[in-house]
Design a protein around this ligand. Structure first.
Ligand code: ARG
Length: 579
């Protein structure tokens, strides 16, 4: 158990031994450091329960707490607020424990198997700003879950099976009608090579999409192609495979840039395959009803504040809906992976969709022992407060967006970074984008600002990278000059704040895991780094004469460095060698 939780347990035990009934003791960082580093504010409720004077109880408790040698300066303020600090010795012990095994900051008892559905890119379309947050937040949540010892399975869940694919196939058939895919009598092998490149697709889909809006007949043709594709038309399916292949290769490249990886590259098309089996099962339940030609499941609840639309199982045209696909996905995932939880990281605007799917999954008992979680996120806006767009009002591709930040990041690099300048700029830009993306609470909107995100000063990714690299080079210089360090032997006013920040890591990680938001991790990283930088600017570490002090400072630097790298890694951010 982490140091803080262990101390809280000990305090709880002491309080219980005095005959006071508390279920939990929470130490919170004190706002008035002159009274102590931590506060315990639970005495008020004990006093209320027992109809006694809180101050008397508090005085009683602090006498008992004084027996704990790890605590110092235990005192009561006001009507009964307990303040305390940890002894330097206890803190030094903690530091040395972390130094030898950083994992004690990453302990978690309640390990689970978590299936994560994020990314959600759509095949044959450009990845855009909307897919950025899903990648950033999803990847970080996956890494956080893993860092705490959970097992994860991640799926990109490509949008690869709807009308857009029908449109693309139709448009290709208009341009290259002689391709074998469109010859219903074709019996030979289908070519290895795709008739279209990804660049072609980037033009074909928008063109087809506009045509469908303007021309009713074209739209009808696209409907027919989509239907035939979904019913197994051989040629269409062979062409579809090629489209998926070239498009996925491009999608993978962008996710790789964003340090985002998936165990599974499945998509809506894979879920589609289990729809018949699922429908057969649902039909045994007597739970569906007909509504205007469609088959639906009523998912209303008595205390709903909004009018819940029914779950659309089969559309009136006989097709499966987006909801059906997601229900089939749960059906499959439960069967194949038996996870404890399934997390969906998607735009807040999909909240109703997922709630409807989750309700249907519970009603049909497709998901019984699995917790379904929608981790929705807010929008990335432009400076006008509206969803971020290109200058001419279009959708900005993720590649272009990354490049905008890369241009700013490159300006901040040292001039002597020459050969790998592009690579380093890219790495710093990704830190800028990701860190800024994870600062607000997950559901909150924020404004895209490449200049601010890339600033070397302030709460930014580049600031954290720069500071962390500096720690590393300090340690490297110590090594070069043969300055050895071992354990932390003492802490002082300069380093105390760093230690108090480090103590919070475990709690912050567990809280972030529970709320599925990374904002507290970004805050803590900033606090740890700031407290280290304050210390760094106050002292001269390598030239410090007192060996005990110098060695302790270096050991603390090492601990902060290791933790920063690990926390940044959870956020999906790599630390370059130099910048
Ligand atoms: N492809 C969808 C989109 O671009 C997101 C998919 C979200 N995940 C899911 N299981 N429905 O909006």
């Amino acid at each position: 158990m982490n140091f803080l939780s262990k101390q809280e347990q000990l305090i709880k035990k002491s309080i219980n031994e005095l005959g006071y009934n508390v279920d939990e003791v929470l130490l919170i960082p004190s706002s008035r450091k002159e009274f102590g580093d931590y506060q315990y504010n639970g005495v008020m409720s004990i006093a209320k329960q027992m109809h006694k004077n809180p101050r008397e109880i508090a005085l009683d408790i602090i006498e008992k707490l004084k027996e704990n040698k790890d605590l110092v300066n235990v005192n009561v303020q006001g009507p009964g607020f307990i303040n305390l600090s940890f002894s330097d010795e206890a803190l030094v012990n903690y530091l040395n424990e972390v130094k030898d095994n950083i994992n004690i900051n990453y302990e978690y008892d309640n390990k689970k198997t978590i299936f994560l559905d994020y990314g959600g890119a759509n095949v044959a379309k450009t990845l855009h700003v909307g897919h950025l947050r899903s990648a950033n937040i999803g990847e970080a949540l996956k890494r956080l879950a893993e860092a705490l010892g959970n097992k994860t399975i991640s799926d990109v869940h490509l949008g690869d099976w709807g009308r857009p694919l029908g449109l693309v196939i139709l448009e290709i058939s208009k341009r290259q009608p002689d391709l074998c895919y469109f010859d219903d009598n074709y019996i030979g092998h289908y070519p290895e090579k795709s008739p279209v490149t990804n660049e072609d697709l980037m033009e074909i889909y928008p063109t087809a999409s506009i045509k469908a809006k303007e021309d009713e007949n074209y739209l009808e043709e696209a409907r027919i192609v989509t239907k035939k594709l979904q019913e197994g038309h051989k040629g269409y399916n062979e062409l579809w495979k090629q489209i998926i292949k070239v498009s996925s290769e491009d999608i993978k490249k962008i996710y790789t840039k964003l340090n985002t990886t998936f165990d599974l590259w499945e998509g809506e098309s894979d879920c589609y395959k289990s729809i018949p089996e699922m429908l057969e099962y649902i039909n045994t339940l007597n739970i569906t009803k007909k509504s205007e030609g469609a088959v639906v499941i009523d998912v209303k609840k008595e205390d709903d504040e909004i009018e819940y639309p029914p779950f659309m199982l089969i559309k009136s045209n006989g097709g499966a809906s987006y909801q059906t696909t997601d229900l089939a996905a749960i059906f499959q995932r439960v069967k194949n992976y038996n996870p404890d939880e399934i997390w969906y990281v998607a735009d807040n605007r999909q909240a109703l969709h997922f709630e409807t799917v989750f309700r249907a999954a519970k009603l049909t008992k497709i998901a019984t022992d699995v917790e379904l979680v929608f981790a929705g996120f807010g929008t990335m806006n432009g400076s006008d407060g509206k969803p971020f767009k290109t200058r001419d009002g279009g959708v900005m591709s993720l590649n272009n967006l990354i490049d905008l930040v890369k241009i700013e990041s490159e300006k901040k690099l040292l001039p002597n970074i020459i050969e790998d300048r592009d690579e380093v700029a890219q790495c710093v830009a990704i830190s800028a984008i990701k860190y800024a993306d994870l600062i607000p609470f997950r559901t909150t909107d924020y404004v895209f600002d490449p200049v601010k995100f890339s600033d070397l000063n302030g709460k930014t990714g580049p600031y954290l990278l720069y500071s962390t690299i500096r720690m590393k080079s300090l340690l490297a210089n110590a090594k070069k000059e043969n300055i050895k360090y071992n354990n932390v032997e003492m802490i002082d006013d300069n380093t105390k704040e760093i230690v108090l920040n480090l103590l919070n890591i475990n709690k912050v990680l567990i809280k972030s895991f529970n709320t599925k938001s990374l904002n507290e991790i970004t805050d803590l990283l900033y606090k740890i780094t700031n407290s280290y930088n304050n210390f760094y600017s106050q002292v001269r570490i390598l030239t410090e004469d007192n060996e005990k002090i110098r060695s302790s400072w270096l050991a603390i630097t090492d601990i902060v460095y290791q933790n920063n790298v690990k926390l940044l890694n959870i956020l999906g951010i790599n630390v370059p060698e130099r910048m």
